[in-house]
Design a protein around this ligand. Structure first.
Ligand code: 8YV
Length: 338
């Protein structure tokens, strides 16, 4: 195209990224950084070529049907695209891209932070020091947690992030088990011994920790169901840095309250704005560790995510195939990267 692409960016991005976008594109950023409604998005897209979206934008079939004809690209700032109806975009001839890979390592680090935080009582240890007079000083039997080494970790979804978690967990002496849509031979792709399970029910019965690393699709909604939570070993726990929809949150709370599960370490919640009070109570009781959807929240990752958005937009506007196109998975509606 002869003119600079006009883009709408729905959330504030790191300064360096906004500055670079402003030099390359006619850029309109939602400076308020509050969630835009569908009407806001449609209004803001008047005369635009590209929508730069984030996980907090609900881009469903209805919104896609209302897109101005000029908008041919939705460039998501993020890896997961479950906020976008990929099939509807595909049917409407609108290209969708995402920002995989650049956040893999940082997200995997956060999974390890959470995996260690619970058995090693990280949050409790800090609270003890900051709450006046609670700490009685060192003693041989105080603050005993549990050893991670030697435990069995069950990874659900051995994609980029799952593989990066497996590599780290291996170094911590965990035995790696995984369930995946496609069997990946980790011995070939990575120097990693891991046990593949084709039956998720059987895997959750066998492991001490279940960590979720699959995208949220129709197939993976509540993949860690009430039934599977019941099947998990007594005293085992759950880690989730992926999407809240992957587990039945109410059933998870039940399982922890009843003492069946030792706890959970969660970065994502069903209701982002009003976290389940029972979950908060479990956090008070140090049965769960909660973080604020920050697994990819490093400045470095966010800058690289922004750079990836820019690469996708430039390729698309130059008439090339953008490198990180997301296509619908014809058979099941699950999105996948090319
Ligand atoms: C971001 C994420 O918080 O990429 C993802 O899928 O969940 C995180 O990196 C978010 O998506 C930014 O839009």
């Amino acid at each position: 195209v002869s003119h600079k692409p006009h883009i709408l960016v729905t959330r504030r991005l790191p300064e360096t990224i906004e500055a670079r976008m402003a030099t390359l594109f006619e850029t309109h950023v939602n400076e308020d950084d509050v969630n835009l409604t569908g009407d806001d998005i449609i209004g803001g897209l008047e005369g635009k070529d590209v929508l730069v979206s984030s996980i907090t934008d609900r881009i469903d079939a209805r919104l896609i049907a209302r897109l101005p004809r000029s908008v041919r690209l939705i460039a998501q700032f993020g890896n997961g695209v479950d906020n976008i109806d990929i099939e509807a975009a595909w049917a409407a001839g609108v290209t969708v891209t995402n920002t995989p890979s650049v956040l893999t390592e940082d997200t995997a680090d956060m999974a390890m932070v959470l995996m260690l935080a619970l058995p090693r009582r990280l949050v409790e240890g800090t609270q003890m020091l900051v709450r006046d007079g609670v700490w009685a000083g060192w003693s041989p039997t105080s603050m005993l947690g549990h050893r991670l080494r030697g435990k069995a970790l069950g990874i659900v979804g051995m994609g980029r992030i799952g593989t990066a978690v497996a590599q780290r967990a291996k170094a911590f002496g965990l035995n790696i088990h995984y369930f995946s849509r496609n069997r990946r031979p980790p011995g070939v792709e990575t120097p990693l011994e891991a046990t593949y399970w084709h039956d998720l029910d059987a895997m959750v019965e066998a492991v001490d920790i279940v960590s979720l690393h699959t995208p949220h699709t129709r197939e993976t909604f509540h993949i860690l169901s009430a039934d599977r939570l019941r099947r998990m070993k007594k005293g085992s726990f759950v880690v989730n840095v992926s999407r809240p929809e992957l587990l039945d949150e109410a059933a998870l709370v039940d399982a922890i309250e009843s003492g069946h599960l030792a706890g959970a370490a969660l970065d994502v919640f069903e209701n982002r704005h009003g976290i389940n009070p029972r979950l908060l109570a479990l956090a008070e009781a140090n049965k769960v560790v909660l973080t604020a959807h920050m697994a990819s929240a490093t400045l470095e990752a966010r800058i690289e995510m922004g750079e990836t958005v820019i690469v996708n937009i430039r390729a698309f506007m130059d008439g090339h195939q953008p490198p990180h196109r997301v296509l619908p998975d014809g058979a099941h509606g699950a999105a996948r990267n090319l």
